[in-house]
Design a protein around this ligand. Sequence first.
Ligand code: NAI
Length: 256
Amino acid sequence: RRTYLVTGAASGIGRATAARLRDGGHTVIGADLKGADISADLATPAGRTGLVQRADELTGGRLDAVIACAGLAHPDPVTLRVNYFGMVASLEGLRPLLAAGTDPRAALVSSAIAIHPSDPAIVDAALAGDEAAAVAAAQAAVDRGEGHTIYGASKQAIARWLRRTAVTEGWANAGIPLNAVAPGTVVTPMTAPLLDDAATREVVDASLPMPLNGHARPEQIAPVLAWLTSADNTHVTGQILFADGGADATLRGETG
Ligand code: NAI
């Protein structure tokens, strides 16, 4: 029996993952804006600190796994705050609790969209850890009428952060695998409005073609996150596992 913390646990992929783990007999502490064990706004420094403090209180300072799902796709800088800075703060902030756990593991949700070109000003500032500059770059994108690019930039930045971080001090050398899942299109409250409209659905499908089984349900992504954060995973780290119905292989072919 393991103890997991899942962010974004009130909806979609996070909710399905938490449910699967609970069905497996594990203890899951969910975090979300509301409707979970811990209420925390991961767009804000206070919410991020609150998450870690509350998790520490609820677990006695020990976690076996963290799964960072919380995210949003608004054409607004808040998307960068949550999807990049909120995820980094969750994982770094909870790392001491993982260090006290058994067979500790961590995973985050990036996106297959991360392989598309994105705004380097946003990505570079995020990777430099400069939230003010990254948010300013995201606001500049909004001002140019390109706010829709913020989501892809946030997912590319977190994917690059993962590659860099998994093998740094306190992760691999502390025995903590850190991986990402990159889903294609998953039918959740985040994507439902896009998929319900024939014109936007066509744009989504052209951007991420999924020849294997089409759009996923959140319950089909949950087992991938569950395995990466299980004790069975001893040697997979720093990987971005595309659970995307073949989108990456279609778009990048042999060079991916
Ligand atoms: P969802 O909207 O169903 O769930 C996301 C959850 O994150 C919600 O419960 C929401 O309240 C929470 N959240 C948003 N802002 C927050 C904040 N400031 N603080 C705390 N929690 C916050 O969406 P879905 O689809 O389950 O997304 C989960 C993750 O998967 C996200 O990171 C998303 O970017 C990613 N993803 C989703 C894909 C899809 O097609 N649905 C594809 C690829 C990645």
